[in-house]
Design a protein around this ligand. Structure first.
Ligand SMILES: Nc1nc2c(c(=O)[nH]1)N[C@H]1C(S)=C(S)[C@@H](COP(=O)(O)OP(=O)(O)OC[C@H]3O[C@@H](n4cnc5c(N)ncnc54)[C@H](O)[C@@H]3O)O[C@H]1N2
Ligand code: MOO
Length: 401
């Protein structure tokens, strides 16, 4: 049986690069970028009008002129125009190129409009500063600057920037092929009406949902508690999947055949059992030229704890995601736990004044209590050396949402 830190190290030692693939930007959300992206033009790409109104030559204003006749309109999308007479103005719209020979933009709200002999003119009602309301070319980002690097997860801001520099196709990490394996004669399909002694298979759905949020699809199979048929169903997966995530059949029961069956299929055990609660009977192994195998204890809370504490970090590292900073929170309430195991406590995270993150333990009936996680945001990792965890003490947390 391994301590949590060693089990985690052993898991992470098997990380393997999933490789690189190219996807359309429309399909890139959630994926991990695998290339450097530079600004192809300055941001903004031209001196840009920042308010709807008029553009003037500031010198005319500085010399005391307040009334300006309109020469033309410069709308967004029009090539740059030029002010012909420095005593005139140009009506300009947000996003337009600033007209030549103008260097201040006055919004309509600071103007009074009038007509004079069929010509439109504006009187300036508020103080004007040279250069006002002009978003200068390159003031946000100069051309050639590195905007994004490999290992970045593509979210909404990244998608906007990628579109802006014309990356219609993006190099991202390939996705691992994952098969979720449910075990147990008590499990029925979710559309079935279970008999009293049966339960609907939920673990594969909770893991599939967590994977979906990383953009990773997964296939699912269900194994009965019968070693020969288990082996027959598992063998073909060894050449078709990069990762097997099994749930159930790994503890001490008479029908917990999975460890032996996996071994017969060629899995080398890296460890079986971790000094933790929940999730103690976690079995982890590798297959030569085959998948890594995460065989999780079947209790639903154990499954999600093991997923977020071990599997998700492994998946993100395999997809070359930049490591994230560990989150910590302070306990809102004293907790006691007297076994020499790391205790993963489901908690609700809250932001206390001063941006401090606090963790309130949720009502929790043990690792079979899947509904408790509806109220939890994270697991708090309480170390095995202590029996009492006082209010205010700070420990690492692993977010589940
Ligand atoms: N004598 C011992 N008994 C148990 C030990 C032990 O060390 N010695 N460990 C306990 C711990 S801790 C856990 S956790 C469980 C894990 O057992 P298994 O991994 O063998 O899981 P199962 O017995 O197959 O299932 C446990 C529980 O979870 C339900 N389950 C399983 N798969 C699914 C699924 N896909 N969807 C929904 N629910 C599922 C299953 O019906 C069981 O209720 O063992 C303790 N026992
Ligand atoms: O360790 Mo088990 O995962 O608590 O029920």
């Amino acid at each position: 049986m391994l301590p949590v830190s060693e089990a985690f190290k052993a898991v992470m030692a098997t990380v393997k690069d999933t490789g690189i693939t190219t996807v359309l930007l429309e399909a890139a959300a959630g994926r991990i970028l695998r290339e450097q992206v530079l600004a192809d033009r300055p941001f903004p790409p031209y001196d840009r009008v920042a308010m709807d109104g008029i553009a003037i030559a500031f010198d005319s204003y500085a010399r005391g002129q307040r009334v300006f006749g309109v020469e033309e309109v410069q709308a967004a999308g029009m090539p740059r125009k030029q002010l012909m007479n420095l005593a005139d103005c140009m009506e300009v719209m947000t996003g337009a190129v600033i007209p030549d020979l103008t260097d201040a933009v006055i919004p309509y709200e600071h103007l009074e409009a009038a007509e004079h002999e069929g010509f439109k003119r504006f009187t300036i009602k508020k103080n004007v500063v040279a250069g006002q309301n002009i978003h200068r070319m390159g003031s946000d980002v100069p051309a050639g600057k590195v905007l994004l690097g490999p290992g970045t997860r593509i979210g909404a801001p990244e998608a906007g920037v990628l579109a802006s520099v014309g990356k219609a196709e993006v190099k991202v990490s390939a996705l691992p092929r994952i098969c979720l394996v449910a075990t147990g004669d008590e499990l029925v399909e979710i559309r079935a009406t279970p008999e009293q002694h049966q339960v609907r298979m939920s673990n594969v759905y909770s893991i599939a949902a967590a994977l979906h949020l990383l953009g990773i699809p997964a296939s699912v199979i269900h194994l009965r508690d019968e070693p020969a048929s288990m082996e027959q169903q598992l063998r073909p997966l060894l050449s078709k999947a990069d990762v097997l995530i099994c749930s159930g059949a790994v503890s001490a029961g008479k029908f917990d055949h999975l460890p032996q069956v996996l071994q017969r299929c060629g899995m080398q055990r890296v460890f079986h059992k971790i000094e933790q609660k929940p999730g103690k009977p976690f079995l982890f192994g590798t297959v030569n030229n085959g998948p890594v195998v995460f065989a999780l204890p079947g209790n639903p809370v154990s499954v999600l704890l093991c997923y977020y504490r071990y599997i998700q970090p492994w998946l993100l590292a395999s997809m070359q995601h930049m490591p994230e900073e560990q989150l910590f929170a302070s306990l809102e309430k004293e907790v006691k736990f007297d076994k020499p195991l790391t205790y993963f406590l489901p908690v609700q995270l809250q932001h206390a004044p001063g941006a401090r993150l606090t963790a309130l333990p949720v009502t929790y009936g043990g690792s079979g209590d899947m509904a408790s996680l509806l109220h939890a945001d994270a697991f708090m990792e309480l170390p095995p050396e202590l029996n009492v965890f006082p209010e205010g003490a700070v420990f690492p947390v692993w977010k589940i949402r």
